[in-house]
Design a binder for this molecule. Structure first.
Ligand code: HEC
Length: 336
């Protein structure tokens, strides 16, 4: 419980439509013969296949609840103030049968996450915009256009923003991508020189070890409520939304701003991934792969951030519908 972790905590919200992990994802609509590669699952590496399985991870992780085993977790639950309500829900003798109680505990957490108002309320300003209740401010509108433009942000290629077959967007395609995010020196495990968090291929996830094509790949997260986060990307290397967006625009143009230099002065790009796996790193737009010009200007980065701020839940359309400019950044969710 007191040990430092090794990854930024991913959100559990807007996960209700995530498919279980598969190595060969294909769209159920359109051309289902196209293999889009690995997709789905919970956690940064997709290693839990459902909310039920995910719930076990923090309960047993030495960095989080640090229960030594399911039996130990149930012994604690038995002593806790929640025991009486747990018995009410699952039967008087449930806590005397650890395997049964463990399953019930995971079920309780799974069902809790099916509560729309807590986990997928769709109450952001952008949702109000999609419902036609309000217009966006000019900078937010420009940001949305940049976000969608394949030649500029190209963000929607992985973080889809449009209504699809009636469903509001989750801002993730559930795919796995290597972005080459810089190493985060604040992670204790990174003090070990040879240690690398390689995502899909390990070491935390174990079933895809020995699959070099998967090394460095992490799951594309939802961007809903992203403005409420304090650490961005799997290793929390960035601490502001602007810095995260700027990284996309500048990774290949100004690598010296993101990666350390070698003794000879050359920039050690992609310092959190061994060079064997650099071919896995994504170079599509907005990355420029050798071009001299950043994909987004400073003003455009600000616009994209303004758009991302519209994805925070808790926006109240009423008065704001007339004067949306006054509301931004002051929704109930953004004060925290
Ligand atoms: C090729 C797919 C792809 C594209 C294009 C893309 N992203 Fe991402 N995005 C990802 C993946 C994968 C991650 C997680 C990577 C990691 O942690 O190593 C991520 C993470 C993020 C995060 C951090 C979220 C969090 O919860 O930590 C932000 C913010 C973000 N993307 C915004 C954007 C914006 C803005 C754009 C366009 C300028 C964009 N992304 C384009 C795949 C993509």
């Amino acid at each position: 419980m007191s040990l430092p972790g090794i990854r930024a905590v991913p959100t559990l919200t807007y996960h209700q439509t995530i498919p279980p992990f598969t190595e060969h994802f294909s769209e159920t609509d359109g051309d289902d013969s196209i293999d889009q590669g690995p997709a789905g699952g919970w956690a940064w590496d997709g290693r839990a296949s459902s909310a039920h399985e995910q719930a076990a991870l923090p309960l047993l992780s030495s960095y989080e609840m640090a229960n030594a085993s399911p039996v130990a977790a149930i012994a604690r639950l038995k002593q806790s103030p929640n025991a009486a309500r747990f018995r009410e829900a699952f039967g008087e003798h449930v806590l005397d049968d650890p395997p049964l109680a463990w399953n019930a505990l995971l079920l309780a957490l799974e069902v809790f996450q099916q509560s729309p108002q807590d986990f997928y309320p769709y109450t952001s300003k952008y949702d109000a915009y999609l419902r036609g209740q309000i217009t966006l401010r000019k900078d937010e509108e420009r940001g949305l256009a940049l976000f969608n433009d394949p030649l500029k942000g190209n963000c929607a290629a992985c973080h889809p923003s449009a209504i699809k077959r009636g469903a509001f967007p989750q801002f993730t395609d559930n795919g796995f991508i290597a972005l080459g995010v810089p190493r985060n020196a604040a992670i204790a495990a990174n003090r070990q020189r040879g240690y690398f968090d390689l995502g899909l291929c390990g070491p935390i996830r174990t079933d895809l070890k020995g699959r070099p094509e998967y090394c460095g790949l992490f799951k594309t997260p939802t961007l809903r409520n992203v403005a409420l986060r304090h650490a961005f990307f799997h290793n929390g290397a960035f601490h502001t939304l602007e810095a995260a967006v700027r990284f996309y625009s500048e990774r290949d143009v100004h690598p010296e701003k993101y990666y350390p230099r070698r003794k000879d002065g050359r920039v050690r790009k992609f310092d959190d991934l061994p060079s064997d796996y650099w071919t896995n790193i994504n170079t599509d737009a907005p990355f420029t792969n050798g071009d001299k010009k950043a994909a987004l200007s400073n003003a455009e980065i600000r616009d994209v951030v303004a758009f991302l701020l519209t994805l925070t839940d808790g926006y109240v359309p009423t008065k704001a519908a007339k004067r949306p400019a006054e509301r931004v950044g002051r929704g109930p969710g953004q004060a925290r």
